[in-house]
Structure formats: structure tokens, C-alpha cells
Design a protein around this ligand. Structure first.
Ligand code: HEC
Ligand code: HEC
Length: 238
């Protein structure tokens, strides 16, 4: 509104009295708004907010540095410095949802999820460190290599997206997502090593994966060895 500036900074001729009345009211309201929200007050709010944000980001940086230190001190031997993992038997952790990772670490510590390899690794971790580790791995770039056996992966692709109506096997995609990227409560499966995925499916089947296996046990108990191998192969290249 260009005339607003002219009224404030210099005299203005206004032809219609009623329009001028409305105009004056508007100027009054605006000046009231200005007195009620002084720049000083706004500046204070900005300072408080930015201090809070700086504090938060400093904490996040400290957490990330702590996680990095733990990973480069211990975890990297098996899971790689960036969660890419050094071998098919060690799960890839890069890109995994932090909530899921933190939960598994906590379950390894309490013994709810039994694993001889992981029990010692988590013994000294605090809940904060578990969250920091989860966030560290979630941020890392996902490495995906093409599936080695494309024919087998094609069978797996069908099962993953459609399940098997002849054995009432549910489609994996219905929970883990069509892209297999999961959610905070459901693990990401895309890009995982086939050997690890197949091993976990076998563990769910035998209830050797001791934490939260009810859903996955019901699923895998309907799978044939071919379906297990095929789905694992498909996911490795997804
Ligand atoms: C000596 C090798 C080794 C080291 C070192 C190691 N891990 Fe593991 N990790 C494993 C194995 C093997 C498994 C699979 C366990 C199973 O059989 O279920 C695993 C599983 C996991 C899982 C579960 C992944 C999933 O998809 O469910 C997480 C999370 C994990 N490790 C994090 C860590 C962290 C964090 C560290 C460092 C503090 C670490 N690991 C150190 C071998 C290792
Ligand atoms: C009804 C929902 C549901 C369906 C359908 C489902 N899953 Fe799962 N799956 C889960 C849940 C929940 C977990 C996490 C268990 C936990 O928190 O420990 C899981 C975990 C897994 C894991 C462990 C991942 C890891 O990193 O260790 C694998 C592997 C897996 N599912 C594969 C599959 C495959 C393959 C299919 C299809 C044949 C399938 N799931 C179908 C709910 C489902």
C-alpha cells in the first residue's frame, strides 16, 4: 500500500472523507500493532530461540561425535565404519531407522534378543548412546549391490509384493513397505545382505530370535526354503 507511507512521512490529499476515515483507522491499528510488538521484544525472542537451537545442535554434535567414536572403536570391525558391513553375516546398519536400531541394542543388552556376538558389544552402552548410534547409522549412505542371482530375485520380488495366496503368506510389502524401507517401528530391509536376511528368517521360524518374534514367526512358518532364499536375494539388490 504505497499511500500508507505517504501518510506517515508527509501530508496527503484524500478526496473522499469516508475512505479517509477507514484509512486513518488502519494507520492507527497498524501503529498499535507496532507498539504492542516492539522490535526489542522480537529480538529477545530471537535470541532465546537461537540460543536454544545452538544448545540443541551442540548436543546433537556431541552425540554424533560420541557415536562415531564408539563405531570406530568397536562396531566397525563387523558393521563397517559407515554401517556398510564387512561381510554377509553382519547386518548392514546404514539407513536403518534409528528407533529400530536403538531398540535392538537395548534388547541385546537386557538379553531379550539373544546373540553371542552382540551381547558383549552392548554391555557398556547407555540408552543415550544407543539412540546416538541409531541416529549415526540412519544418516549413513545406503550401499546396494545388484542381486547376484537375478532369477531367484525375481521369485523373491513376486513373494515380497504379493505373498503366496496358496499358503496364505502375507505380502512382506504390506508391513515393510513396497520400497522395503520400513518405518520407525518396522525395520528397513532394502539392501540388506541376503545371508543375514535369510538367517534372521530362519531364526524367527525356530523362535531363536527371541525378541518380538510373534508376527515374523507366524509369517516365516508359512515359507518354504525356496521362498526364504528368494525374498532374501531380492532384498539384497533392492
Ligand atoms: C564381532 C562382530 C560384531 C561387532 C564388533 C558388532 N556387531 Fe553388531 N552384530 C553382529 C552380528 C553377528 C549380528 C547379528 C546378530 C544375530 O544373530 O541376530 C549383529 C547385529 C547387530 C544389530 C541388529 C541389526 C538388525 O538389523 O536387527 C545392531 C543394531 C548392531 N549389531 C549394532 C552394533 C553396534 C552399535 C556395535 C558396536 C557397539 C556392534 N554391533 C558391534 C556382529 C557384531
Ligand atoms: C504383519 C507385518 C509384517 C509382515 C507382513 C512382514 N513383517 Fe517382517 N517384521 C515385522 C516386524 C514388526 C518386525 C520387527 C521385529 C522387531 O521389532 O524385532 C519385522 C522384522 C523383520 C526382519 C528382521 C530385520 C532385521 O534387520 O533383522 C526381517 C528380515 C523381516 N521382517 C522380513 C520379512 C519378510 C521377508 C516378509 C515377507 C515374507 C515380512 N518380513 C513380512 C512385521 C512384518
Amino acid at each position: 500500500m504505497p499511500w500508507l507511507g505517504r501518510e506517515i512521512f508527509g501530508p496527503i490529499r484524500w478526496p473522499e472523507a469516508d475512505a479517509r476515515e477507514g484509512f486513518e483507522t488502519e494507520v492507527k491499528q497498524r501503529s498499535l500493532m507496532v507498539t504492542h510488538h516492539p522490535a526489542k521484544c522480537l529480538a529477545q525472542v530471537v535470541i532465546v530461540l537461537s540460543a536454544a537451537l545452538t544448545g540443541l545442535s551442540a548436543m546433537a554434535q556431541a552425540d554424533e561425535a560420541r557415536a562415531k567414536k564408539i563405531v570406530s572403536g568397536v562396531c566397525f570391525v563387523c558393521h563397517g565404519a559407515e554401517g556398510e558391513s564387512s561381510s554377509e553375516v553382519f547386518p548392514r546398519l546404514a539407513g536403518q531407522h534409528w528407533e529400530y536400531t536403538a531398540k535392538q541394542l537395548s534388547n541385546f543388552k537386557t538379553g531379550k534378543r539373544k546373540s553371542t556376538a552382540m551381547a558383549d558389544m552392548v554391555a557398556k552402552l547407555t540408552p543415550d548412546e544407543m539412540v546416538a548410534l541409531g541416529k549415526y547409522f540412519e544418516k549413513q549412505a545406503v550401499v546396494v549391490e545388484p542381486a547376484k542371482d537375478q532369477g531367484l530375485a525375481a521369485v523373491g520380488q513376486y513373494i515380497f509384493h504379493n505373498g503366496n495366496k496358496f499358503s496364505s503368506l502375507a505380502a512382506c510389502a504390506s508391513c515393510h513397505g513396497a520400497d522395503a524401507k520400513g518405518t520407525a517401528a518396522l525395520p528397513r530391509l532394502a539392501g540388506q545382505y541376503a545371508e543375514y536376511t535369510a538367517a534372521q528368517l530362519q531364526q524367527f521360524n525356530k523362535r531363536e530370535r527371541t525378541n518380538d518374534n510373534a508376527v515374523m514367526h507366524a509369517i516365516v512358518s508359512k515359507m518354504t526354503p525356496l521362498e526364504i532364499a528368494a525374498v532374501a536375494e531380492y532384498l539384497s539388490g533392492k
